[in-house]
Design a protein around this ligand. Structure first.
Ligand code: IMP
Length: 181
């Protein structure tokens, strides 16, 4: 089975392609940027982005929007994760977290699938901790500061794909696709 994934983020695409293989789904990359409306709800942002993109893409496709939600920062950066990563980055987050004991955080991924007629969404979440320093070289984005079972995602390599928010959302999506054919 083949499905098109629209993203400009190569790190994301590589993960999604690998997870697709586990489910027998061939994920094709439509490499392009798209308009992401601002908002406070990832599901709404992803749905709206897919809806807008559906005016330009003929075939069924999906996008994925994710964010890092930090407990002590009341869910920040959440839906603003992309901007925050580009501006203050991992060092900036660690600075904001200096002296903070509550390190709890989670990643949320929302997949929005345009099936040719409507948008369907699938969510995945993984809970972890914000590390006290940057650790690891693999992965992308906030991976070097997000700890799961003692290791950061950037130290986990392929193991990240067993437990990540993206894996959990894709699992639901690919199950859905499998039941459609
Ligand atoms: P977006 O979904 O492309 O808007 O991503 C939001 C931000 O979160 C970007 O800066 C990504 O680098 C970051 N991000 C998304 N998923 C992950 C992940 O699995 N690990 C680390 N950072 C991520």
């Amino acid at each position: 089975m083949r499905v098109y994934f629209v993203t400009s983020n190569e790190g994301k695409f590589v993960e999604v392609r690998e997870i697709g293989k586990m489910y027998g789904v061939d994920v094709e990359w439509l490499r392009r940027r798209y308009l992401e409306p601002q908002g406070s709800d990832l599901r709404e942002i992803a749905s709206l982005s897919a809806k807008i993109l559906s005016n330009e893409i003929e075939k069924p496709f999906f996008i994925e929007d994710s964010g890092l939600f930090i407990n002590a920062l009341k869910g920040f950066p959440g839906p603003y994760s992309s901007f925050v990563f580009k501006t203050i980055g991992n060092e900036g987050i660690l600075k904001l977290m200096e002296g903070v004991e509550d390190r709890k955080a989670y990643f949320l991924a929302v997949i929005a699938f345009w099936d040719g007629e409507k948008v369907l969404t699938f969510e995945g979440k993984v809970e972890g901790l914000i590390s006290r320093e940057i650790r690891g070289k693999m992965g992308f984005g906030f991976d070097p500061i997000f700890e799961y079972n003692g290791k950061t995602f950037a130290e986990m390599g392929d193991e990240k794909n067993e437990v990540s928010h993206r894996r959990r959302a894709l699992e639901k999506f690919f199950e859905y696709l499998r039941n459609m054919v």
